[in-house]
Write a protein that binds this ligand. Structure first.
Ligand SMILES: N[C@@H](CCC(=O)N[C@@H](CS)C(=O)NCC(=O)O)C(=O)O
Length: 201
C-alpha cells in the first residue's frame, strides 16, 4: 500500500511508528508530502482532505490514523500493538483516543497561538489549553502503568507530545509532569520513535 503523510504530523507519525514497531515499515510505500500538496491532492483520496491516508493495492482508500494503525496491527506477526480482546483491548484503544485527542488539541492550540494578537481568539486558546492540561495531568498520574513495550495508546500519546514540543505549545510541561517526561524520554530512545521525530522548523 501507499501511505501519504507530512513529516511533522503527529497522526502520520503514529502510523509510521506502528509500521516500524511491527516490522512492516519496508512493505509500505511512504509518500512524504508538503501541506500544499496535501491541500491539492488528498481531497481526491480522503474527502476530509486529511493525512494520514493510504491507498491499498486494490485502490481502496483507508483513513484515519486509528484505522490505519488497526490495519497495520492486523497484519503484524509477532509484535502486536492492540491486545486481541477483553479489557486490555479497550484500555489500549481508550489511551489511543486520549493521545489522539491530546494531539488534536495541541494542533488547534498551536495554530491559534501562531495567529497575530488581533486575530487570536482567547476562548479557543483557553478551551484547548484546558484539554491539554487535563490530558497531561492524567498521563502524568498514569505513566507508571503505561505498557512496555509501548502499544497503540502509548504511541499516540508520544506523538502528541512530540508535536507539542515541536511547536513549544506548552512551555514547562516537563517540570509540571515529571513522570510523563521521564517516560517520554525513555520511549523516544526506541528506534521507531527516534527515526520518526518531527523535523525542527
Ligand atoms: N483524526 C485524524 C486527524 C488527522 C489530521 O488532523 N491530520 C492533519 C495533519 S496533522 C491534516 O491533515 N490536516 C489538514 C486539514 O485539516 O485540512 C487522524 O487520526 O488521522
Amino acid at each position: 500500500m501507499k501511505c501519504y503523510v507530512t513529516p511533522s504530523s503527529p497522526f502520520g507519525r503514529k502510523v509510521r511508528i506502528a509500521a516500524a514497531e511491527t516490522g512492516q515499515a519496508d512493505s509500505i510505500q511512504w509518500e512524504f508530502i508538503t501541506p500544499a500538496q496535501r491541500t491539492e491532492s488528498i481531497p481526491a483520496i480522503n474527502p476530509l482532505g486529511k493525512i494520514p491516508v493510504a491507498v491499498l493495492d486494490d485502490g481502496a482508500a483507508v483513513y484515519d490514523s486509528p484505522v490505519l494503525c488497526a490495519l497495520i496491527d492486523s497484519t503484524a506477526k509477532d509484535r502486536k500493538l492492540i491486545p486481541p480482546d477483553g479489557p486490555a483491548k479497550w484500555k489500549a484503544l481508550t489511551l489511543e483516543a486520549l493521545g489522539d485527542g491530546l494531539g488534536e488539541s495541541v494542533v488547534a492550540l498551536s495554530q491559534e497561538l501562531a495567529k497575530p494578537d488581533d486575530k487570536r481568539a482567547q476562548a479557543v486558546v483557553d478551551r484547548h489549553a484546558g484539554k491539554v492540561k487535563a490530558a497531561l495531568a492524567w498521563c502524568d498520574a498514569n505513566a507508571s502503568s503505561f505498557a512496555d513495550p509501548p502499544g497503540i495508546g502509548e504511541i499516540a500519546v508520544c506523538c502528541a507530545l512530540g508535536y507539542m514540543e515541536l511547536r513549544d505549545a506548552v512551555p514547562g510541561w516537563k517540570q509540571a509532569c515529571p513522570a510523563l517526561a521521564k517516560w517520554y524520554e525513555a520511549v523516544n530512545k526506541r528506534p521507531a520513535f527516534a527515526d520518526s521525530a518531527p523535523p525542527k522548523g
